[in-house]
Design a protein around this ligand. Sequence first.
Ligand SMILES: NC(=O)c1ccc[n+]([C@@H]2O[C@H](COP(=O)([O-])OP(=O)(O)OC[C@H]3O[C@@H](n4cnc5c(N)ncnc54)[C@H](OP(=O)(O)O)[C@@H]3O)[C@@H](O)[C@H]2O)c1
Length: 249
Amino acid sequence: MLEGQVAVVTGAGRGIGRAIALRLAAAGADVVINYYVNQEAAEKTLAEVTMHGVRGHLVQADMKDPAQIRRLFDEVKARFGGLDLLVSNAASGVFRPASELTAKHWDWMMNTHPRAFLLCAQAALPLMQGRRGRMVAVSSIGSQRTIPQYAGMGAAKGALETLTRYLAVEYGPLGIAVNAVSGGAVATESWRQLAEVGTVLEDIRRRTPAGRIVSPEDIAEVVFFLCGPQAEMIRGQVIVVDGGYSLTL
Ligand SMILES: NC(=O)c1ccc[n+]([C@@H]2O[C@H](COP(=O)([O-])OP(=O)(O)OC[C@H]3O[C@@H](n4cnc5c(N)ncnc54)[C@H](OP(=O)(O)O)[C@@H]3O)[C@@H](O)[C@H]2O)c1
């Protein structure tokens, strides 16, 4: 269904980004896999992507760095000539109460999440000219609800979701749809910072109406849907994929 389309997925070497890259590849899209430091994982994802018979390409780039973002999209243009799908997924941050966040923590999270999405969307725009462009940002329910120690990430995701709405209005007339997928807890390596991770995830599972924790593939499926023609009239929305967990908060 996405045959012949070119996708960029940031932070696609592992976790949710990897699942998104594989889902888009399974649908026929060529996939540019961005990673930051973990080259081995990214190479593994690349091998899995190409097993679907599509083209894959690895680009190391730090989403906190505007020059590296520009280089990523220059490389996409040189190699593929254009772009159809952008998924802004890369993430890093700190789990701390708001009272313990430093200016450095704040800038790190704002730069990695909303600023990276803004700069990626700007750089992707000329590459999507004359195509049916789709942009999807990966957010988290911590933007709307409070999660212990998630103040900085929650604020960054809140800005990301607001930006999604503005981009949807500005880029819509240019043929580009912009949306976000907001996930509940997904057991990826991002949780390793928390000592009590097992107990926390078990508690979330118990309170989730769907009866289990969200998987990377659950998020990837909705990103795929938003990239396809069925989602044409969905614009600037934040689709929550949390098994109903946030209803219980
Ligand atoms: N896990 C959850 O519970 C959860 C819930 C809701 C939403 N989300 C969102 O889902 C997305 C993916 O999360 P995840 O759990 O899959 O994270 P993860 O397992 O920690 O993986 C993060 C990915 O982002 C990349 N990355 C980190 N910093 C980067 C940078 N500065 N530049 C480029 N790439 C960078 C990493 O690359 P390397 O491998 O090279 O380090 C890795 O591929 C994030 O936007 C996150 O906020 C996660």
